[in-house]
Design a protein around this ligand. Structure first.
Ligand code: CMC
Length: 433
């Protein structure tokens, strides 16, 4: 792993002490103050709720420039990858650091196919979830269950073990995701097929039924590849940080991914794609499409309501993924001949947001979740599966981040500190019990 260069120093004065803290610089010239010696030298810790200013690691995987709206995986621009690659190629890129040569791609796809089935006993788990179970709950449970069915994959000492584990996880999570949907519908599950590509296979497991059959539509297969590529990684976001935090205690990869799925589920993170559609639907039905009223509600500080799919911690300009997602949404709906009033409403809402000083002054723009749900919806994917789709896309990113952390000699167990503000020492009196 390349290390960032170390140069100059920032000077910190505290009481009678003056210390020099090194500045480290990444390959894109981002800079950070290295505070590792801070507590030892001064007794101070840093206070940074939400880790807004905290770099937790050095990483070679994903680069984001939030001001310029740039996103690159392993140096490649997201637009180039989304336009020209299949999801499995991008998954390989994230995990291995380079795009696969044709033979490597073939071998990777073959591996993905050969590990796609779930252990028969695991399949029975699905029967014990209630029909109304959210598929994210099922998916997270299935991810951690893999550790009991495939414990031999817990060791990552050998690289070939890693490759084996990564393909298994990618493949089986896709199968588990489709099964969780079939279960929620009360339909018989559909097994994966070796003759189908990664995305076509997923769509087939979702939509094939004994009464109607199913032929994966090339428009949907292409769109799914693109959507999963857009989701594939986003450096130290909430769920990736959770995956790494859990992994830092030496918990196994499956447990770490399961925790990441739970983190992604939240509406402020990947769960936003489901909430965008629910919000648009409410605006259309209850507010009769009145976006002015909705904007006023979002700006009202006494109201916890926020516009879903708007704003981002890192992007202070248009999210580059949202740009691709917006264009794709238009193209896919046109190709499928779908007319969705929620798309017109979303565009109206976006225009109002971009023209409004509250959102403009806070650099709030549509994020990836604003348009992706509308495309999933046109493809027939039900709303409660949207975040599952995000999770399937994000798995290679989580794995790459987890592996990088494991290989980094500077990694330590994740363990932030705090400023205690509770009661000072009190006298204990037994009569209080
Ligand atoms: N609607 C209304 N106001 C907003 C919104 C929104 N969606 N997002 C941020 N703000 C306001 C916020 O109230 C604050 O205002 P003020 O300065 O007056 O206090 C200001 O903008 C800064 O917001 P913040 O909460 O400090 O920003 P954050 O970086 O902590 O939160 C966010 C980022 C994404 C959680 C937030 O923008 C949000 O809640 N957005 C809606 C949920 C959403 O779409 N999440 C998906 C994110 S992209 C997918 C992914 O996670 O990868």
């Amino acid at each position: 792993m390349k290390k960032a260069t170390n140069s100059k120093a920032a000077t910190l004065k505290f009481g009678s002490k003056t210390i020099e803290l090194p500045i480290i610089t990444g390959t894109e010239n981002e800079q950070a103050i290295d505070i590792r010696a801070l507590r030892k030298e001064t007794g101070l810790i840093t206070y940074d709720p939400g880790f807004v200013n905290t770099g937790s690691c050095e990483s070679e995987i994903t680069y984001i420039d939030g001001e310029k709206g740039i996103l690159r995986y392993r140096g490649y621009d997201i637009n180039d990858l989304a336009e020209n690659c299949e999801f499995v190629e991008v998954a390989y890129l994230l995990v291995h650091g380079k795009l696969p040569a044709p033979k490597q791609k073939e071998a990777f796809s073959k591996h993905l196919n050969s590990h796609s089935m779930l252990h028969e006993d695991m399949r029975h788990f699905f029967g014990n979830f209630p029909d109304h179970a959210h598929p994210m709950a099922t998916l997270s449970a299935m991810a951690v269950s893999l550790s009991s069915f495939y414990p031999e994959l817990e060791s990552i000492e050998q690289r070939e073990n890693v490759d084996f584990k990564v393909t298994r996880l990618l493949s089986k999570m896709r199968t588990a995701a489709a099964f969780s949907y079939k279960k929620s519908e009360g339909h018989p599950i559909v097994q994966p097929r070796h003759d189908l590509s990664y995305c076509a296979n997923f769509l087939n497991m979702m939509f094939w039924t004994p009464v109607n059959g199913y032929e994966p539509d090339p428009v949907c297969v292409k769109a799914l590849n693109k959507l999963l590529i857009l989701h594939a990684d986003h450096e130290q976001n909430c769920s990736a940080s959770v995956v790494k935090m859990v992994g830092s205690s030496d918990a196994n990869l499956y447990a770490s991914i399961s925790a990441g799925i739970c983190a992604l589920w939240g509406p402020l993170h990947g769960g936003a794609n489901q909430h965008v559609i629910e919000m648009l639907d409410r605006i259309l039905r209850k507010d009769k499409g009145n976006v002015k009223k909705v904007l006023a509600r979002a700006k009202d500080k006494s109201n916890p309501f926020r516009l879903m799919g708007i704003g981002h911690r890192v992007y202070k300009s248009y999210d580059p993924r949202a740009k691709v997602a917006k264009q794709m949404c238009k193209d896919v709906l046109a190709q499928l001949g779908v007319n969705d009033p929620l798309v017109d409403l979303a565009q109206k809402l976006e225009e109002a947001v971009l023209a409004d000083d509250y959102f403009h002054s806070r650099n709030l723009y549509p994020n990836i979740d604003f348009y992706t749900g509308l495309t999933y919806r046109a493809m027939g994917i039900p709303t409660n599966m949207f975040t599952v789709m995000f999770a399937i896309g994000r798995i290679p990113g989580w794995i790459a981040q987890w592996l990088e952390m494991k290989a980094d000699p500077e990694s330590r167990i994740g363990r932030p500190r705090q400023i205690y503000t509770g009661p000072v020492k009190r006298e204990f009196k037994p009569k209080h019990i």
